[in-house]
Write a protein that binds this ligand. Structure first.
Ligand code: AKG
Ligand code: FE2
Length: 339
């Protein structure tokens, strides 16, 4: 008898992969490293659902942050930034009177490790907010560690090196309030920038669209999904991965008739560590694309500048360093990087 299989046409084949619908029912720690790797490499931005941060906690934290921004000005004033420290209510990256400002009020606070906290500021927080913030900070650290662990696995970064870098990492939070703006076309809520940290986990508290990501030269909106968290790669991760993952420029736009709120939680490597490409990756790549500096020096340099795209990361690039060496010594110092 004739075998029909011999004649049947096969137009191609594909590797068998798991059902993502089934995968999505499990928690983030089960995301196959390859899927995460592709999202991190191609986009540098992705949303996670079933991330393990409980819905009641997200709701409670949201409510407390909304109330926090509704406090009367006299109350907020007690939590305002001081001349010599940028934690509290106010604005970041303002270095001159002439600079164009963002249409945004923010509250910035270092949450981890405990010894880096400004205890004065913590003590002045409304007690319920403080409780919820503690719980949220812990959960977000767990999530960040799970994602970083999976990324390290996908990249082949040595587990011990990763642990040394991140177990005691620096976590800070930036709560953003974007009020309605009378001229939304001529203002921005948040100027285009990449985040300085390793991994940012952003919680969009309102359903208002506003976050935009630069992808192939176009601004793409990140739609707020209920209970989802937005994850993005920061400059430190670009450096640690020796450039395999890239921090992505993003911005926030504002609207004429509606407010928007978000909380970005930044996770960086530990304070005592040196920032540079992971040694286990440099060994694989045979080249280091970024130089090494103590993390503290990197942060001080970052915060001393006006935010401007990804240009601070360029400073860390080895080619950039070479260019500097060719320049006369006084110009080479002109970056304003050292105190
Ligand atoms: O509000 C947003 O969606 C963006 C906030 C942001 O990029 C940041 O806080 O670094
Ligand atoms: Fe950001």
């Amino acid at each position: 008898m004739e075998n029909h299989n011999d004649e049947s046409i096969n137009f191609g084949r594909s590797l068998i992969v798991p059902s993502v619908q089934e995968l999505a029912k499990k928690s983030i720690t089960k995301i196959p490293p390859r899927k995460l790797h592709t999202a991190a490499k191609e986009w540098g931005f992705f949303q996670v659902i079933n991330h393990g941060v409980s819905e009641p906690l997200l709701e409670d934290f949201k409510r407390e942050v909304l109330n926090f921004f509704k406090l009367p000005m006299e109350e907020k004033q007690k939590l305002w930034q001081e001349e010599d420290n940028h934690e509290g209510f106010g604005q970041l990256f303002v270095v001159s009177e002439e600079q164009k400002l963002d249409w945004c009020d923010m509250f910035y606070i270092t949450t981890l490790p405990h010894n880096l906290r400004q205890f004065q500021l913590f003590q002045k927080l409304p007690p319920v907010l403080r409780d919820k913030l503690e719980a949220y900070s812990m959960e977000i650290k767990k999530l960040a560690m799970a994602i970083l662990g999976q990324m390290a696995k996908a990249l082949g970064i040595d587990g011990e090196e990763m642990s040394e870098l991140f177990d005691d990492g620096v976590q800070s939070m930036r709560m953003n309030y974007y009020p309605p703006c009378p001229e939304p076309e001529s203002a921005l809520g948040f100027t285009p920038h990449s985040d300085a940290d390793a991994l940012t986990i952003l919680y969009q508290l309102t359903e208002t669209e506003g976050l935009q990501v630069r992808k192939d030269g176009k601004w793409v909106s990140v739609k707020p999904l209920p209970n989802a968290l937005v994850v993005n790669i920061g400059d430190i991760m670009e450096i640690i991965t020796n450039g395999v993952y890239k921090s992505i420029e993003h911005r926030a736009i504002v609207h004429s008739n509606i407010e928007r709120l978000s909380v970005a939680t930044f996770y960086s490597s530990s304070m005592g560590t040196e920032l540079g490409p992971a040694r286990s990756l440099v060994a694989q790549h045979n080249i280091a694309n970024f130089r090494r500096v103590p993390l503290e020096e990197y942060f001080k340099g970052f915060f001393a500048r006006k935010l401007d795209g990804k240009s601070f990361l360029d400073y860390m690039k080895v080619e950039e360093l070479k260019k500097n060496y060719e320049a006369p010594l006084n110009e080479a110092k002109g970056y304003g990087y050292h105190e």
